[in-house]
Design a protein around this ligand. Structure first.
Ligand SMILES: Cc1ncc(C[n+]2csc(CCOP(=O)(O)OP(=O)(O)O)c2C)c(N)n1
Ligand SMILES: [Mg+2]
Length: 369
């Protein structure tokens, strides 16, 4: 029942369910395939660097995306420029592909910014901010998608201009009421929206088997949303299914959902120690299905050169070095900036609190440091 094109050893062996999407994969040329590998390998180098920076005390926290690169890259490369993306907090490569400068995520996890980036700045590719309160972004996305529909920005049948929304959430978030309420509204209003669930098997220390007694793909289907399970460690499956379902949603088909079955190979965040709750055997089993090794084997068999792989490694190293350089240059945020984005317009309560803070800070003037 799962859509898969690539076996863990990199051989091309579409499952029967994959045939419907096959033409989209056949259309990918060498450059597009190599770009997907590059996306995945470079973000892993960045994740590794960010984790080390947290260990050195430079970041408050880091949520690694290690293991989920294929699910994320495939869906991000499937989205079109006019789409709006609502991430959770682990979609680093999605943000990068949309144009967000990764230093903005670093700023957020350092506490040097209250949001990270400006979602209305065109260079950020309509990427909304990370949401750390689980599931919250899902009704946001559905509300936005309802707006697209009401405004006639989707559903004309033109894939080049019709807009759609992609919302990312996890297996744990799938238990939140917000997600269910969003699905009811999405199904009722026929929103141009793709619900992209990354089932990485764990919600911190709680396994998915505790929270879901039926495959998660059946939950969204239960709301009347056509839903497809993909091998989330196969970038081709993630790409092709996302591309088709998103185009169906944008052109008036209504919402669609994907359950990408994947694995969080690292810790939940740098505050977590997975050795306390999962076995080495389980980790080894999923390491065998590593999405990057799988794509590398596929590309190598197609004739990709050692030079290409070395170039990708060099790009990862350069990004890591750039991150080290730029983190040292980040300024502390101004204390007053905490009031700036609570409301979209000036608000008397925020003005009062900012004034209180100014006078409080002023009360120290002249004190010996
Ligand atoms: C509403 C809410 N409840 C609890 C938490 C604490 N929390 C943070 S991450 C997490 C697990 C999330 O698991 P999942 O949705 O599967 O996403 P993953 O971290 O695996 O990507 C929990 C319980 C939170 N951030 N927000
Ligand atoms: Mg999870």
């Amino acid at each position: 029942m799962t859509v898969r094109f690539l076996e863990p050893d990199g051989s091309f062996a579409p499952t029967p369910e994959a045939e419907r999407y096959r033409a989209l994969v056949d259309d990918l040329d060498d450059a597009a395939l190599e770009q997907m590998y590059r996306d995945m390998a470079v973000i892993r180098a960045f994740d590794r660097q960010a984790t080390l920076l947290q260990r050195q005390g430079q970041l408050a926290l880091w949520p690694p995306s290690w293991g989920q690169e294929a699910a994320q890259v495939g869906s991000a490369r499937a989205a079109r420029p006019q789409d709006t993306i609502f991430p959770s907090y682990r979609e680093h490569v999605v943000a990068k592909i949309r144009g967000v400068d990764l230093i903005d995520i670093i700023k957020l996890m350092r506490g040097a910014s209250h949001g990270g980036w400006d979602p209305s700045d065109p260079k950020n590719g309509n990427t909304r901010l990370y949401t750390l309160v689980l599931g919250t972004q899902v009704p946001h996305a559905t509300g936005y998608a309802m707006g697209l529909k009401f405004d006639g920005k989707s559903g004309t049948g033109d894939v080049e201009t019709d807009e759609a929304v992609v919302v990312y959430y996890g297996d744990g978030a799938a238990s939140e009421g917000d997600v269910h309420e969003a699905m009811v509204f999405a199904a009722s209003y026929g929103t141009p929206e793709l619900f992209f669930l990354q089932n990485n098997q764990w919600a911190i220390s709680v396994p998915v088997s505790t929270q879901a007694k039926a495959p998660l793909v059946e939950r969204s289907a239960g709301y009347g949303i056509p839903s497809v399970q993909v091998d989330g460690n196969d970038v081709l499956a993630s790409y092709a299914v996302s591309r088709m379902l998103l185009d169906e949603a944008r052109t008036g088909g209504g919402p669609r959902a994907i359950e990408a079955v994947t694995y969080r190979m690292g810790a939940h965040t740098t505050s977590d120690d997975p050795t306390k709750y999962r076995t080495k055997d389980e980790e080894a089993e999923w390491a065998r299905r590593d999405p990057i090794a799988r794509m590398r084997a596929f590309l190598a068999a197609r004739g990709a050169s050692e030079r290409f792989f070395a170039d990708v490694d060099a790009e990862g190293d350069a990004l890591a070095a750039d991150t080290r350089t730029r983190i040292a240059q980040l300024a502390d945020p101004l204390p007053e900036s905490m009031f700036a984005h609570v409301y979209s317009e000036d608000h008397p309560v925020m003005a009062e609190q900012a004034q209180w803070l100014r006078s409080y800070e002023a009360s120290f003037e002249g004190d010996a440091k």
